[in-house]
Design a protein around this ligand. Structure first.
Ligand code: ZN
Length: 320
């Protein structure tokens, strides 16, 4: 009977040394093939494992590089954010300082406005925030890193200060508007109130009140000021107004009466020439006539008279 592959045998002979007997083993001829295949598979598996191990190491390295790179990015991001936070904190500090400076300037404006108001006699409008404590702008001391709480506190104070300033500015604006209206009213009042001399000359030859009449030599009441001036000196109206009378008679000579406000009138007598007409609007300082000696006069002079509600009053308070 013919044997197949499975029936063939190999003999394995082992010779230990010369003094010992040779040992031999018989085995089927398929075993070496199986062993070779096993070794091959083992080598293949080992190679595959090496390959995957290498591959895994590469991936791990790549991941490590990626993680390192991400970590670097995050580190930079955190640094950038910290820097941004510091910048913002410095901006808060700067804003606070600017707010304090602005508050000081508002205080200065308020003081100036107080002075103007005292001149115009306006009523003070009290700011809601007036008297609020302000931040001290003085600098110095030991440097301590500011904490978030410090900056938050400063930000809170700055917000309060800005809010107070907003209220104060609103009150100040209202107060200044009030003062402006008052000043304009005073300006208007001054414009229509006699307060300048009617001629350049200030030489008073006869005052207001009782005197000896220059013609009769008897005591009489003089209702104005006689101001001596060269013939044809310019006569100016002493306040804005309307020319009420232009006329001529044996007493007053050529004369002008001008209406002002508050029942005030001014009268200019003994003129050589009248340069305005009845109902003319005239402005303070405007030329209205020339000095003469017409009417009841002893020489070139201007009789200047101020009337309040039709009654002659001392012109002195109305002369600058
Ligand atoms: Zn007179």
């Amino acid at each position: 009977m013919k044997l197949g592959w499975g029936s063939k045998k190999f003999t394995l002979v082992i010779i230990p040394d010369a003094n010992r007997s040779v040992r031999q083993f018989e085995m089927l001829n398929s075993i070496p093939y199986i062993a070779a295949t096993a070794v091959f598979v083992l080598i293949l598996v080992t190679l595959v494992l090496f390959f995957f191990q290498g591959r895994t190491a590469v991936i791990a390295d790549q991941l490590k590089v990626k993680i390192d790179s991400q970590e670097l990015v995050y580190t930079h991001t955190v640094e950038d954010k910290n820097e941004t936070i510091e910048q913002l904190q410095n901006e808060v500090i700067k804003l606070s300082q600017q707010t304090s400076e602005m508050k000081a300037r508002i205080d200065d404006i308020r003081k100036m406005e107080d002075e103007v108001r005292s001149i115009t006699g306006s009523t003070k409008i009290v700011a809601a925030a007036e008297g609020t404590n302000t931040l001290d702008s003085a600098m110095g001391g030991i440097s301590h890193p500011a904490t978030n709480n410090d900056v938050n506190e400063l930000l809170s104070q700055t917000k309060t200060q800005l809010s107070d300033m907003d209220l104060e500015l609103a009150a100040l604006q209202q107060s200044i508007t009030d003062t402006k209206h008052k000043a304009l009213a005073i300006k208007e009042q001054l414009r229509v109130t006699p307060n300048i001399w009617p001629v350049d000359s200030h030489r008073i030859t006869s005052g207001f009140g009782l005197r000896q009449d220059p013609f009769t030599r008897r005591p009489s009441f003089h209702s104005g000021y006689d101001i001596s001036a060269p013939a044809n000196s310019e006569v100016s109206v002493t306040a804005d107004g309307i020319v009420r009378i232009t006329g001529s008679d044996s007493e007053r000579g050529n004369h002008i009466v001008v209406d002002h406000s508050n029942g005030l009138q001014t009268m200019y007598m003994h003129l050589n020439k009248i340069l305005v007409q009845k109902n003319d609007s005239v402005q303070k300082g405007q030329l209205i006539g020339l000095v003469g000696s017409t009417g009841r006069s002893t020489g070139y002079h201007l009789h200047y008279e101020v009337l309040q509600n039709g009654v002659s009053v001392d012109p002195l308070p109305y002369l600058k």
